[in-house]
Design a protein around this ligand. Structure first.
Ligand SMILES: Cc1ncc(COP(=O)(O)O)c(C=O)c1O
Length: 388
């Protein structure tokens, strides 16, 4: 048989999803993969039930249903102040995952380079490679996950760099980039004429006093920012697979075509059902923030009581715990043993870092109180069960 593709040859299966399988194997509380174990808002699921009877059940317009795009444009303007043309500047995709792939394929030629902050959400490296481009990693240095502006500039000025990917709020670090940091990135993007492809799927999951700065709203950035985002996290519907790209019409024109060939479109009945969510008023987002703050506080105060070292999350719904004290060289082995001996699933931090860093594991905390309390109860024994 002929060899399969070089581009896919280096891929391992997703470590995050592998850790879910490991958790299931040992009956562990699964705090590895990032999905909530509570229901979406009832207004959305009630509307879904109606739509099941009424339709639509056939393909929507490839770049997304009109009423969805109009509601999304209104929401985007409400939160960011950005005026968005629903007809020319939005492409609805199958999750933020497809949004990122379609954005990168629209921007990159084989041989181009893409700057990615490390630690990073694992899809970015794979997306870049699938485009035939080369990822260039810039460290976000733990424990505060700051970056060195000079190192960033050295990466961004390299020949062939086309874009930078910015995950904000950030998975896995929980970092929320400050206005000043965003300004530094924006100025370099303008100086070296790069696109900034943002991943803003956690834009509404923030812990006070941190706030979300929209890259597209910084001076000179509207035309070079390609927003990739999703409804997965905002409405607890990770299984619905609805995301979107917002960018200037020249970019979205290209994204529409890539998207059409990749998937044709997002699921029409689900798009219709979630319009009610896009129309939620501010009180929904306030409750969302309170709910996430509650879960974060519950979980990190438990970690603090156990005496574990961790990086306080500023946004998103993950916490990086420093496992240096346990003396493991291999954080993957640590996570396997954690699932087996302690009964809690986590993701090895090294799967997110390009650098040789293996003293972190990532827990996900978008869970019901009882799930988090069960995990904390099991973690109380961690020193006895995991010490080498
Ligand atoms: C940073 C980031 N981007 C994208 C995604 C995937 O989003 P979606 O479900 O919309 O494809 C995730 C999922 O965990 C994520 O953490």
């Amino acid at each position: 048989m002929k060899q399969l593709s070089d581009r896919s040859a280096g891929f391992t299966d997703s470590i995050i999803r592998r850790m879910t399988r490991v958790s299931n194997q040992y009956g562990a509380v699964n705090l590895s993969q990032g999905f909530p174990d509570f229901d979406p808002p009832k207004e959305i699921t009630d509307r879904l039930a109606q739509v099941a009877g009424e339709g639509p059940h056939q393909y929507a317009l490839t770049w997304g249903a009109q009423n969805f795009r109009e509601a999304l444009a209104r929401k985007q303007e409400h939160f960011s102040g950005m005026k968005v043309d629903p007809d020319r500047e939005i492409v609805v995709t199958c999750g933020g995952t497809e949004a990122m792939m379609a954005a990168m394929m629209s921007v990159c030629n084989p041989g181009d380079k893409v700057v990615i902050f490390s630690p990073f959400y694992e899809n970015y490296g794979a997306d870049t490679i699938l485009c035939g481009a080369e990822p260039i990693y810039v460290p976000l240095n733990p424990p505060d996950f700051t970056f060195d502006g000079n190192v960033l500039e050295q990466a961004m000025k390299q020949d062939g760099v086309k874009a930078l990917v910015l995950c904000n709020p950030s998975n896995p670090s929980g970092k929320v980039f400050t206005q000043e940091e965003m300004q530094v990135i924006a100025e370099l993007a303008i100086k070296y004429d790069l696109y900034v492809i943002t991943d803003e799927v956690y834009e509404h999951i923030l812990y006070k006093p941190h706030r979300h700065v929209y890259m597209a709203m910084l001076p000179g950035m509207r035309e070079r920012t390609i927003i990739c985002s999703s409804l997965s996290k905002t409405y607890a519907i990770t299984g619905w697979r609805i995301g979107y790209v917002i960018a200037n019409p020249e970019v979205t024109d290209r994204v529409k075509k890539v998207h059409d060939f990749l998937t044709i479109g997002a699921a029409a009945p689900l798009m219709e059902a979630v319009v009610v969510g896009l129309n939620f008023k501010d009180d929904y987002y306030q409750r969302l923030q309170e709910h996430y703050t509650h879960m974060k506080e519950l979980f990190v105060s438990g970690l603090r009581d156990i005496g574990l070292k961790f990086v306080e999350p500023q946004g998103a719904y993950y916490v990086m715990v420093d496992i240096g004290e346990f003396g493991y060289q291999d954080d993957y082995l640590f996570c396997e043993e954690l699932a087996k001996k302690v009964g809690v699933g986590a993701v090895p931090g090294s799967s997110f870092f390009k650098e040789e860093i293996n003293n972190y594991i990532r827990f996900h905390f978008a869970k019901q109180d009882e799930t988090l309390l069960k995990a904390l109860d099991r973690l109380a024994d961690i020193r006895v069960k995991m010490k080498r």
